[in-house]
Design a protein around this ligand. Structure first.
Ligand SMILES: [Zn+2]
Length: 309
């Protein structure tokens, strides 16, 4: 593991790409018309789940994140204090699919598995390891929103209409991203992209793209042989954008970019957390999705003039 919990390790290009984004705030129902005197105490496992939960639960819940937003969640292990904090909550909401290996340690009155019922992909050739990154596919993210909504309604049926109304806003936003990605991709010359870790299989499958990744998980050390393979892939497919992540040292992406013509590093976020500066600016999951699409359109050599981004 390297580069964890750092927000100042980008290349100039990478930092410039972050700084040049204009983030759009998306509206949601803040629920001023409901009784908030008995708020459910809800803990979400990590960033995207917490974002969904806050928008659906609004003023009816007291929302917190178990994994701080600047921490890469793949290799997270909760402390005893964090386990105790969760035990004082009413509800723990998590992504599932193996992302939270510690979930069985948690004792809490209600748990909601956001990915329940989803058709999964595997991240290995032997179909033994489930790929957990469903939140990066806007269509599967909608299913997670519905699972969270339905779970909250089951626990707190009196406020069904409030949860339904709030989730409708979020579902519409996710539907909008899905439709825009489909439209934007029509103008692209490429279908292949090189991500840092193997997080975009669901996204790639949804939109008919091919993901090549530098690493299987953020904490994996890649081999020189694999780096050479990725450089050859980039050269043979004439790809010049190599993607890095905001919470991980971009050195591997930079090494590859240095070896290919006009090579450049941009961020393609697995949306597993935020840097401290992103957190301070108040950006959310939907902003990060939009930033990803914008950077992906560059790598896929698309005509961005028709895009709202
Ligand atoms: Zn991941």
């Amino acid at each position: 593991m390297y580069g964890q919990n750092s927000d100042s390790n980008g290349t100039p290009e990478l930092n410039a790409s972050i700084n040049n984004i204009t983030f759009t705030k998306l509206s949601g129902n803040t629920g001023n018309d409901v009784n908030t005197s008995h708020r459910l105490k809800v803990v979400s496992s990590f960033f995207p789940i917490g974002e969904f939960v806050k928008k659906i639960g609004g003023n009816l819940i007291d929302s917190s994140l178990l994994i701080p937003v600047g921490i890469e969640p793949h290799d997270f292990e909760p402390t005893i204090k964090q386990i105790q904090n969760v035990s004082s909550a009413d509800v723990l909401i998590y992504n599932g699919l193996g992302m939270e290996s510690w979930i069985d340690k948690m004792s809490v009155p209600h748990k909601i598995d956001a990915s329940s019922g989803l058709k999964v992909l595997y991240s290995d050739k032997n179909n033994k390891t489930i790929d957990p990154h469903v939140w990066l596919d806007p269509v599967l993210a909608q299913k997670e929103v519905e699972n969270i909504r339905d779970g909250l309604i089951k626990i707190d049926p009196t406020n069904r209409d409030y949860y339904m109304n709030n989730s409708l806003h979020l579902l519409n936003n996710l539907d909008g991203i899905d439709r825009e990605v489909k439209t934007d991709l029509l103008s692209c010359k490429k279908k292949d992209f090189i991500s840092f870790h193997n997080a975009f299989s669901y996204f790639a499958k949804r939109y008919g793209l091919n993901q090549h990744s530098i690493s299987n998980t953020p904490e994996d050390e890649t081999t020189p042989q694999h780096l050479a393979e990725i450089i050859n892939t980039a050269k043979s497919l004439h790809l010049n954008i190599i993607y890095a992540e905001e919470l991980i040292d971009p050195r591997y992406a930079s090494v590859i970019a240095d070896e290919i013509p006009n090579g450049k590093v941009l961020v393609l976020s697995p949306i597993e957390g935020l840097t401290k500066s992103e957190q301070a600016s108040g950006i959310g999951y939907l902003d990060k999705m939009q930033q990803n699409v914008k950077n992906l359109l560059q790598g896929l050599q698309c005509n961005q003039s028709s895009s709202r981004l």
